[in-house]
Design a protein around this ligand. Structure first.
Ligand SMILES: *[C@@H]1O[C@H](CO)[C@@H](O)[C@H](O)[C@H]1NC(C)=O
Length: 153
């Protein structure tokens, strides 16, 4: 095989390595939004989970297609680090994300954006993080997914 092809494939592998396996949120109408890919940078030990440090900055790239239009969208990040299934730890308070996503959102138009976060003080263990993006004018229109992270002892 041509050495250039090998190098290109290796680069591709390297770029792909931060994809993380995502799950649909429970109790959410998943017909409202298709989440194609979620990549966390960096994501050591991916794609099943990312090994993270509480004080380090991470970015999540979300590749999605909303099935609703929206002028005003908000996004928030939560974690279930206490494993109570309530996602009651706020990582990112709800904020307007038109600067990131280019509003308005058109139905069936595929988009992607990056959002940055730092976990802050959390105990070691494996737990999920939830990201929600919603139409502020109709909160049942949302894109929601979870992915797992692990904080080492
Ligand atoms: C909110 O969105 C849902 C799902 O698309 C839709 O069924 C409902 O009619 C919408 N409600 C309003 C008030 O537009």
């Amino acid at each position: 095989m041509d050495v250039r092809i090998i190098i290109i494939s290796l680069c591709f592998l390297f770029v792909k390595s931060d994809f993380v396996i995502k799950k649909n949120c429970k109790d959410v109408d998943t017909s409202q939004c298709s989440i194609h890919n979620v990549a966390v940078d960096p994501c050591p030990r991916g794609p099943r989970l990312c090994v993270v440090k509480p004080d380090k900055a991470y970015s999540v790239n979300v590749d999605f297609t909303p099935h609703f239009p929206a002028n005003n969208i908000k996004l928030a990040l939560y974690s279930d680090d206490k494993k109570t299934n309530t996602y009651d730890t706020i990582i990112k308070t709800p904020e307007e994300v038109c600067g990131l996503v280019n509003c308005p959102l058109e139905a069936e138009e595929r988009k992607n954006f990056d959002v940055h976060f730092t976990l802050g003080k959390m105990l070691p263990g494996k737990f999920p993080i939830k990201m929600v993006l919603w139409n502020e004018e109709n909160k049942s229109q949302q894109c929601c997914f979870t992915f797992n992270v692990k904080i080492r002892k």
